[in-house]
Structure formats: C-alpha cells, structure tokens
Write a protein that binds this ligand. Structure first.
Ligand code: ZN
Ligand code: MN
Length: 432
C-alpha cells in the first residue's frame, strides 16, 4: 500500500493598475492581442524594469493573511530558461529572499496546511499553435504574478482542494486578485508522489515527485490527482520508481501526459537581478501594513457564530467573498434590532429580500410575526384543550402548573415560540 503526499504551487494575477515592471495597463483580459506592451514587457534589450510597489504590498498583505513571516530584506532574481513566450531568456522572480516565508492555513478538516513561501514574479507571454506556426500575444507578459508554494503538507485530496478554494476566497476577500481560473488569473500545479505508511510515519519524502501542470479548475485537480495516484501506485507495485517529470492534465482523455523531465533549481542558473536594487522594509512599514489587514473569512465566521449565534452553515455562507454584499446587509439589519437568525436565513435563501430597504425588510418580517401569533394562538388552544386537568389545577390555585403548560406549548411549536410571550398569553387566557 502507498499513501499520497502532495505539495501545491498556486499562481495568481494580482489586481494592480499596471504590470509588474512597466507602466502598461494590467487590465488585459478583454484586450486585442499585443495592445498592452512596451519595450520592458516585450523583453527588448536595454529596457529597465521598475518594480510595482502596489504588487509588493499586496503580496505582503497576502503573506500576513496566511500567517507568514514577512521578510524585512527581499530581492528579485533572474530565473533562466528558454521558451518562445519568454524572449528575455529569463523570468524575473524571487529565489533566496522571497517576500514571505513559513505560513500556514487551517483547513475545514482541522489540518494545518504548511506554506513554505510566497514570492512575486512576472508572468510570461502566451503562445498559440496554429499548424506549424506559433503566434505570441504579449499582453500577459509582465503581469504581476504571486506564487504560493506549500510544503509537501497534504495527505488527502480533499485537503488540497479545500486549500485552493480557501486561497481563492482569501485573495478575493483582500481585494488583491479576482482569481478567475477561466481567465488564467489563478493556476494550480500539484507535486504528487506516493510513499509507504512507514515512510509517512518517519516523515520521509519519496525520492521522486511528479508535477502536474495546466490544472484550471478544482474539479480537474481532483481528477488529475486521482489519476496520478493510480498511475504511480501501479508503477511502484511493479517495483518501478515513477520518473521525476512534469505532466499535463488532459481533460478530454482523462489522463496526465508526460511533458518534460523536471528541472532542478540549478538548471535555472538563478542569480540576483542586477537591474533592481534589493528591497528593505522597516518595522514601521510592516506595522502599518498589519493595520491594513481586514477581518478574514474564518474570523468573520467565528464572529457570526459567537456574536450573532448563527448556525455553522449560515455563518460559513455569509463569510465568503461571494456573499460579502450580504454580510454588509446582514450587519446593517441586525444593528437595527432585527432577529439575526431570521435575517441570515432570509438573505441567504430568499433573493427577493436582498434588495429591500431597512423599512421594507422590517415590514415584511413583522407580517411574518402576525402569522406567528395566529399559530401561537392555535397551539395554546390545543394545549389547553388537551390538558383540562392542569387548567383546573391552575384555576384552583396551583399556579406553578403554568410552567408545565408553557412547556407543552413550546413542544407544540417545536421551540420556535417566545417563552415569555407564551406564558403571558396563557395567563391572560386562564384568567377569562
Ligand atoms: Zn509593458
Ligand atoms: Mn512561478
């Protein structure tokens, strides 16, 4: 038997006005090819890169949100490789001194997923293959790209998928990326290998890993990992060691396909980018940055449960980036004294309630209370009718029996009635 061990690399486009090292407009997603370019992002000789301060700040904010150490010293490096979509022959990335290191994220399963580093780099251009020709669009070249690298921390597919989903939600919450996978704003790569339970308990890593690239949906990631588990297990069972290589996920065949043998770090001949001075951040700057960190999804969720007594499920739904507008509406309504559980239910489940003003919302929910009163009336009559002995007891002076009757009404209304209101209604009915 073999168990999964998996590490993730997640690339995200940051939401900046301009590209990473030039002044080109970074809103490239609906643009005609090669309209957002300049000598720097075309990689022309002699063009000088100037780092985008906003991209640096957004990366550091992400680092703080993911419990990382934000380094006071950081620098850019050149990562060399040859590919038509990289005309400089190198990518400006970070190697020895990334912006952030050593973070973690707590998953739904309770697992603490360990993050190795978060660094900043430039995206490459995009190539299209048409027959024997290759066409290149340079709009994507030089886009600010943040890369989150985890440790080989995952032993279950579900955890890896949950991690990716949470990252998508957090960057949207922070407003630093739209993380739309269809637009290529979020891309996933998984380093997958299998080991024996004995190796797992000794915290020992296999001698090989297979990197699956081109994963552009959470569903594909799940499928690609399952496919690799089966493929690698079969090889290992036959006494072979899977080759260390990059493989691409092919959705139409449902298989992974070998792309190239994986480079080691030294193949990239990293060295410090000589055109960009090292970055130094002082304590004051980092303190100011910490103040800018908003309440994060898991914190919002915890507050909704402890402060407003919302159910686990409703609290989770209200604390996603997707429902941020509902959260604002929710807080506004409950501040005006409306019942928190009811407001949460209506906002989440009844879209027509979402655009109501405070007054309209109040009117609608009071209407509901009238019906409640009618229901309560029915429940009280039913209970009084079924418990004539208790009624007699009460009328002959055994007033403590009222608590029994309140209990019966609460049971009849499945606990949804207000006990004080029930008690008062019962007393006034028994006195007539
Ligand atoms: Zn440019
Ligand atoms: Mn990268």
């Amino acid at each position: 038997m073999y168990n999964l061990v998996l590490g993730l690399e997640i690339h995200l486009h940051l939401k900046t006005k301009t590209k990473m090292f030039c002044g080109c407009d970074a809103n490239i997603y609906t643009a005609e090819p090669n309209t957002h370019t300049c000598p720097t992002c075309l990689g022309l000789p002699g063009a000088l890169p100037v780092p985008n301060k906003d991209a640096v700040k957004q990366t550091q904010l992400l680092g703080l949100a993911l419990n990382c150490k934000v380094n006071t010293n950081s620098r850019f490096d050149r990562k060399h490789y040859f590919y038509p979509d990289l005309p400089k022959g190198y990518q400006i990335s970070q190697y020895k001194q990334p912006l952030c290191e050593n973070g973690f994220l707590v998953l739904d399963s309770g697992t603490k997923a360990k993050i190795e580093r978060i660094h900043l780099e430039e995206d490459t251009a995009k190539s299209f293959h048409e027959g024997d020709k290759t066409l290149i669009d340079f709009n994507k070249s030089g886009m600010p790209l943040v890369e989150i690298v985890t440790k080989p921390t995952f032993t279950a597919i579900e955890d890896a998928v949950d991690f990716c989903k949470k990252i998508q939600d957090i960057v949207r919450f922070l407003g630093i990326s739209d993380a739309d996978m269809e637009k290529g704003q979020m891309r996933l790569e998984a380093n997958i290998s299998m080991r024996t339970p004995k190796m797992e308990s000794a915290n020992e890593l296999p001698k090989y890993k297979v990197e699956v690239k081109n994963i552009n949906s959470f569903k594909f990631m799940e499928k690609a990992v399952k496919t690799e588990i089966a493929r690698q297990t079969e090889l290992l069972t036959q006494g072979q060691t899977p080759i260390q290589e990059n493989r691409g996920w092919n959705e139409s065949t449902g298989t992974t396909i070998s792309q190239r043998s994986k480079e080691e770090a030294h193949d990239y001949r990293y060295f410090p980018e000589p055109d960009i001075p090292p970055m130094v951040f002082n304590e004051k700057y980092l303190q100011e940055l910490k103040k800018k960190l908003p309440e994060l999804p898991h914190q919002v969720k915890a507050r909704l449960i402890s402060h407003y007594k919302l159910s686990e499920n409703n609290a989770k739904l209200l604390s996603t980036a997707e429902n941020m507008f509902l959260l604002q509406k929710f807080e506004e309504l409950v501040q005006h004294g409306l019942d928190s559980a009811k407001v949460a239910n209506l906002l989440l489940n009844k879209p027509k309630f979402r655009n109501l003003t405070l007054e309209e919302f109040k009117a609608k929910t009071t209407e509901n209370k009238v019906t409640d009163t009618a229901l309560l009336e029915d429940a009280i009559n039913k209970v009084l009718h079924a418990n004539s002995n208790a009624v007699t007891d009460y009328k002959t002076g055994k007033e403590s029996i009222i608590e029994f009757l309140v209990g019966m009404v609460m049971r009849e209304t499945k606990g949804k009635a207000d006990a004080a209101l029930v008690r008062n209604s019962l007393i006034s009915k028994l006195k007539t």
